[in-house]
Design a protein around this ligand. Structure first.
Ligand SMILES: [Zn+2]
Length: 491
């Protein structure tokens, strides 16, 4: 049996050391934990305990103790108990803002530390993800490939259905502020340890938190106070630029506001940011197209179609981006299946925008997106085509459009089976007979049989997906059309 009195004391000692739990709060927290653990009085005497960096072992012990007491959901209860030893949401907000006055990076590091020590930020799970750099022999921009072992795979139809579904659940979505302390239910995990801080973007109330399953270094999420749908517009552009003023170390980006080309939660306006390590930010400049109001407008040498607006006047950048958005939404090009809204009452064209700041120079990236479909590609002409679905079926959101691929957990097992089969020189039919979910991998298997590595194959597919996503391909004709579009609409 777990020594529950000792465990309650250890939790408090850990929180004093790692979460800044105060003197009176410690007495209070210990008593509340003892009540959860059905113990009438605390551990007697001093306990020598060295607090670990991460809370994993304490969660384990706590869940065991709760199971011994007959808990039906020990994880849920363990998170609630960790919520007691984590500073209150208002206290975190207050500390954050006092650190902001000193240094914004100190403030965001504080928020990250609270997330790590409380177990909200799943650092141990994140470290188990597979990750490698994808480089190409022809010198094309490197990409980053990750296989995320903790994230369930969603398909575009689920995401579109969620957008239409009338929300009756509480909280309205996984981003809403009402998640603070929520016990969990449905698709929302227990949120006892969730903490976020208040920020102001474009004059309106927003919050900042760290993603519990960060895909890259310091992956954070900014979300609007109000539960209202994602919208790419002037307000969004101004908000992104305000964000990099507040946190110049970070980039920030928004998913598109359309199903197929967008992110997984379209019902609540939010951005994603973090360290500027996504491949897009390392892309070379391909061509300067124009100078307008002190802003340089360039086409980037990247896989998908990206325009970079660079300048010191953020109002001028936001206004230019707004003009380009209106023109792009309205753009008709039958050959490329671009269609203005009036054509069928549906918006097909939008941007995936990003902002970053170096010194006093703003960089504003517009990835051109289009969700038109045709008979050949009913899942989207400018989306990962069917021949790549074995590797990636989900929509290409902002992180992937910027060159960091987040591939589904199933691939770890599937790719290992394929590698093993190739080593044993099995016939593909034989392998697929025993593992029906390998049916779509015949192409990959042929590569492995030729002696190529699994990574080499995946790297090629990721690159080909971004080529599918490009609304203007990397051909002379398409690049000229891209340039002409920009020039015409700046006149
Ligand atoms: Zn919401």
């Amino acid at each position: 049996m777990t020594d529950r009195k000792k465990l309650a004391r250890k939790l408090v000692l850990f929180a004093k050391e790692r979460l800044g739990l105060g003197k009176l709060d410690s007495i209070y927290a210990e008593n509340v934990i003892l009540a959860w653990l059905h113990e009438p009085s605390p551990y007697e005497g001093e306990l020598a305990y060295e607090a670990p960096e991460l809370p994993d072992s304490l969660y384990e012990e706590l869940e065991t103790a709760l199971s011994e007491l007959g808990s039906k959901d020990p994880h849920k209860e363990a998170v609630a108990i960790f919520g007691i030893i984590t500073p209150r949401p208002d206290a975190v907000d207050e500390t954050f803002h006092s650190l902001m006055k000193e240094d914004p990076f100190k403030a965001t590091e504080y928020l990250l530390e609270v997330g790590r020590a409380s177990g909200y930020y799943a650092e141990t799970a994140i470290k188990k993800n597979l990750r490698w750099d994808a480089t190409y022999e022809d010198g094309a921009s490197p990409l980053v490939v990750t296989i995320n072992l903790s994230k369930p795979e969603k398909n575009n139809k689920d995401i579109a259905a969620a957008l239409k579904a009338k929300s009756v659940a509480y909280p309205s979505c996984a981003l809403c502020k009402e998640n603070l302390g929520y016990e969990g239910g449905g698709k929302i995990p227990p949120r006892g340890t969730l903490r976020f801080v208040s920020i102001t973007l474009d004059g309106g109330p927003w919050y900042l938190q760290y993603s519990p399953y960060g895909y890259f270094s310091r992956h954070c999420i900014a979300f609007q106070d109000e539960h209202s749908p994602m919208k790419i517009d002037a307000h969004c552009f101004r908000s992104l630029l305000d964000f990099v003023d507040l946190f110049p170390r970070f980039f920030i980006g928004s998913n598109s506001d359309l199903p197929i080309v967008g992110g997984s939660i379209l019902t609540h306006e939010h951005f994603q940011g973090g360290d500027k390590e996504l491949p897009l930010f390392k892309a070379k400049k391909r061509k300067t197209v124009a100078h307008e109001n002190g802003v340089e407008i360039l086409i980037l040498d990247f896989y998908d179609s990206v325009l970079l607006l660079e300048g010191k006047d953020k109002a001028a950048i936001a206004a230019l981006a707004e003009r380009l958005l209106a023109a792009w939404r309205d753009h008709e090009d039958g050959k490329r299946h671009f269609a203005p809204i009036e054509k069928d009452g549906t918006c097909h064209q939008t941007f995936t925008p990003f902002a970053s700041k170096e010194g006093d120079l703003y960089r504003f990236y517009l990835i051109f997106r289009c969700n038109s479909v045709n008979e050949e590609h009913p899942g989207g002409i400018y989306h990962a085509h069917e021949d790549k679905w074995a590797i990636k079926k989900e929509g290409i959101g902002l992180i992937e459009a910027a060159g960091l691929f987040v591939l589904p957990a199933r691939l770890k097992r599937q790719l290992a089976l394929l590698e093993e089969g190739a080593q044993k020189s099995l016939e593909f039919a034989e392998l697929a007979k025993d593992n029906p979910d390998l049916q779509e991998f015949s192409d990959c298997y042929a590569h492995l049989k030729k002696g190529e590595s699994v990574e080499h194959y995946v790297n090629a597919i990721c690159r080909a997906i971004l080529d599918d996503v490009a609304v203007y391909k990397n051909s002379k004709e398409d690049q000229e059309a891209f340039e002409a579009f920009v020039k015409e609409n700046l006149r």
